[in-house]
Design a binder for this molecule. Structure first.
Ligand code: ZN
Ligand code: ZN
Ligand code: ZN
Ligand code: ZN
Length: 762
């Protein structure tokens, strides 16, 4: 099966070919050679740990911290002596306040959720293993897999999945990452460039990890970070800043692309024109930032002070009120939150921060909203809270830095064994399959798709977007569309759901059960006003009392809510979780993710234990809290143009009213890809380097291509090439002559022809 997939890919992806072939050549050598053993993480452990919080006149003490402050647990010291020396300074922040500075008036309006998680800049569910090779392709799998990560900050899933891979597995991964929002696109792109360059110049993986965490989370950058960009990455920015040629594909939605070759982390970017220009601004500012004069960005003139005021405004608009934070967290935990909100520095609490040279453009170039919310939700709660050894038990942000750096080091070590190919683009939802086609390959079928939160915001669109991209289960029985959902239940207008939520609110003020009431007693109030005092109770009700099984199969099977099939079959009795939709079939049993990854359940029925109570406190301290349900789908039949166009008529209902069918056809590249490519082919043709070149000239350098590699991908034979040119031109002529309505039958013809060709190859 493995061989079969890899074989099929060879014909399709020209951009992948040159990067893959060194990979494969290397792989063949490696069959006899033992892989280099990893540097044991334990040996580097000191690097991930915490530094002594004592501040001398010369700066912060650099010894490892082992003795925590017993009162706040936020800082730790190397020795009793350092602790004594720092006592006066630390007394200013220890103990942290136990009360919010001011109490706002209680509101009578009870929110649906006790913890605010609307308007969240960061990815608001944890990085997760999307591969789970042990339960699927196997722990010794070394074949080819394609992954598509389409949610916010998908790169963290890639890093997490690769680190979670069994030692014995060694797959070749080709990963497409789609980031819709520019700040996330930027942090992903910049960190990929750093990881790639770090390997190229043989940098210590820990130093690389340090740079990447600053890019992801630090509002201000220390000198060494800025120096790295100037000295090592400036040349990589040139495709954007003008020094090197990048390739343009034309059409109604022009795309610019560029390939960064590497044996370890090859990267191909394909951005829309707008995103490309935005990225140019971000990258320019990464190197040549002038914080006092940002007119170049078309903003009112601004300076660091106004940027800091923006942080305050953002906290006011999107930050959870402090009294709420105090109601659900320990005072130390709140102190950490307040420090993060103010400084925007992802550092250990006791760290003074390095001398800062420059601001991180992610936080001001496009002024993302709600960027002062806690970024903790991007990684698994238990893994951060249990991160050891870490002397300052209450310092969550410090633990997160250490955790993320260790994750990044392991990731790099893993890539040394076998490289990956990452394709980064910025298309979201309806345009995704068309963009992937235009940016990278004509054939885009993925073995895993992580769908982000699209299902929660627009479920039909989620299926329309990902159905054409999932690999058929006959090609890979483990190919899975992974949908994380948690918003659909609470946001649903289902009368039964509204009833449950309303009932929950009443229970805030009334006894429910002895065990629940002992953990979070009912709030004693007669006028049902909602205040910080309600938060704990509200949260406990949601976790332990809510009928989450409504949210599970019983509710998902409700044809009133998931019944897109009705348009085709007029079968009003069964929803799509029973019938499947657009060639996708719901898997009754999850094989990749646990069904509920983070649901907090009482140990035995409704009797809540001490352990439950402590779990509840741990959960409450986190920024996102609702249980996540993972839905898994497999592809059981390919969708045809006819079937797809039928749903086109239905699309206006699901929120794409603005698009004409022709525009959609263009965006849905899986159906229109042959015509999509016509305008590109006119001006560009494939170059041996794997990218497109302008007809009759190849202008770019090929220095990255290893001279020793004789195992180049076999180029198309003359016969094949002639055939392909032939039918493409023919169809092009027909299309322009016939236009509109006849297009459909032509699409079908082309498809048939293509299938025939494929069959012939096999
Ligand atoms: Zn203290
Ligand atoms: Zn010390
Ligand atoms: Zn640093
Ligand atoms: Zn070339």
């Amino acid at each position: 099966m493995t061989g079969h997939i890899a074989e099929e890919e060879e014909g399709g992806s020209s951009a992948a070919a040159t990067v893959e072939s060194p990979q494969r050549a290397q792989e063949e050598e490696h069959t006899e050679q033992q892989y280099v053993p990893e540097i044991p993480i334990e040996a580097q452990r000191a690097n991930f740990g915490l530094l002594c919080a004592a501040h001398n006149p010369e700066g912060q003490c650099v010894n490892p911290a082992v003795i925590p402050c017993q009162i706040c647990q936020l800082v730790a010291y190397c020795t009793e002596e350092c602790m004594r020396k720092d006592a006066e300074r630390h007394s200013g922040e220890c103990p942290p306040p136990t009360e919010p500075p001011s109490r706002s008036e209680p509101t009578s309006e009870i929110p649906d959720d006790p913890v605010q998680d609307e308007g969240f800049f960061w990815a608001n569910y944890a990085a997760t293993d999307v591969l789970n090779l042990a339960a699927n392709e196997g722990i010794e799998f070394d074949g080819f897999l394609r992954i598509l990560l389409s949610g916010t900050f998908g790169l963290r899933h890639l890093i997490y999945s690769i680190v979670a891979m069994p030692e014995t597995a060694c797959p070749y991964l080709e990963v497409a990452i789609s980031e819709l929002e520019v700040p996330h696109l930027y942090r992903t792109f910049l960190s990929l460039l750093i990881l790639r360059k770090g390997e190229e110049i043989n940098m210590d993986p820990y130093e690389v990890a340090d740079l990447v965490t600053h890019v992801w989370y630090s509002f201000k950058w220390p000198h060494h970070v800025v120096a790295f960009f100037k000295n090592h990455l400036a040349a990589d920015f040139e495709p954007f800043t003008g020094g090197r040629e990048s390739h343009v594909s034309l059409g109604i939605d022009p795309i610019i692309k560029f390939l960064y070759p590497s044996d370890t982390l090859a990267l191909c970017v394909g951005f829309s024109l707008l995103a490309w220009r935005a990225m140019k601004i971000f990258l320019d500012d990464t190197i040549n930032q002038k914080p006092m004069n940002l007119e170049s960005m078309n903003q009112e003139s601004t300076n660091q002070e106004s940027i800091l005021r923006d942080r305050e405004k953002d906290v006011e608009a999107y930050g959870e009120p402090l009294e709420n934070a105090f109601a659900r967290m320990s005072p130390s935990r709140v102190a950490g939150l307040v420090k993060w909100r103010q400084t925007g520095l992802m550092l250990a609490y006791g760290d003074s921060g390095l001398p800062h040279a420059q601001l991180n453009p992610m936080f001001y170039c496009s002024r993302p909203e709600s960027f002062t919310c806690e970024p903790l939700s991007e990684w698994p709660m238990n893994e951060i809270l249990d991160y050891t050894p870490y002397a300052a038990e209450a310092d969550v942000y410090g633990k997160m830095v250490a955790y993320v750096r260790e994750m990044l080091v392991k990731f790099q070590l893993r890539l040394k064994r076998r490289g990956i190919f990452v394709k980064l683009t910025n298309a979201g939802t309806v345009k995704l399959s068309g963009h992937l086609t235009k940016c990278f390959d004509r054939e885009q079928k993925f073995d895993r798709i992580e769908a982000g939160h699209l299902f929660d915001t627009n479920a039909p669109l989620c299926f329309l977007t990902f159905s054409p991209l999932l690999r058929h289960h006959e090609e890979n029985p483990f190919a899975t569309l992974l949908i994380m959902t948690r918003g659909t239940f609470t946001r649903s207008d289902n009368p039964r759901t509204r009833e449950i939520i309303a009932d929950e609110k009443v229970k805030l003020f009334q006894p429910v059960s002895q065990s629940l009431d002992s953990i979070a007693p009912p709030v004693q109030t007669t006028d049902n006003k909602y205040s910080a005092a309600c938060v704990h109770r509200h949260f406990a009700l949601q976790v332990f009392d809510r009928e989450w099984d409504m949210f599970s199969d019983r509710w998902l099977a409700d044809p009133n809510y998931f019944n897109y099939e009705v348009m085709q079959t007029e079968d009003t009795k069964r929803g799509i979780f029973q019938t499947g939709w657009l060639g996708l079939q719901f898997k009754r049993k999850n094989t990749v993710k646990p069904r509920w990854q983070n649901r907090l359940m009482p140990r035995t029925g409704k009797i809540l234990t001490e352990e439950d109570a402590s779990n509840l406190r741990r959960w409450m301290s986190w920024s996102t809290t609702r249980p996540e349900r993972w839905l898994e789908w497999k592809k059981v039949k390919d969708i045809s143009w006819d079937m797809w166009s039928e749903y086109c008529d239905y699309l206006p209902i699901i929120g794409t009213r603005d698009y004409t069918v022709m525009e959609l056809e263009n965006m849905y590249g899986f159906l229109a890809r042959e015509t999509e490519f016509l305008d590109i082919e006119e001006e560009y043709e494939n170059c041996a380097c794997g990218s497109k070149k302008r007809r009759n000239k190849c202008e770019h350098e090929h220095k990255q291509e290893p001279a020793t590699s004789t195992e180049q991908e076999p180029a198309m034979t003359n016969e094949e090439e002639a055939e392909s040119d032939g039918w493409m031109q023919m169809d092009s002529a027909e299309d322009s002559a016939a236009g509109g309505a006849n297009g459909k039958s032509k699409q079908k013809k082309k498809k048939k022809k293509k299938q025939k060709k494929k069959a012939g190859k096999k």
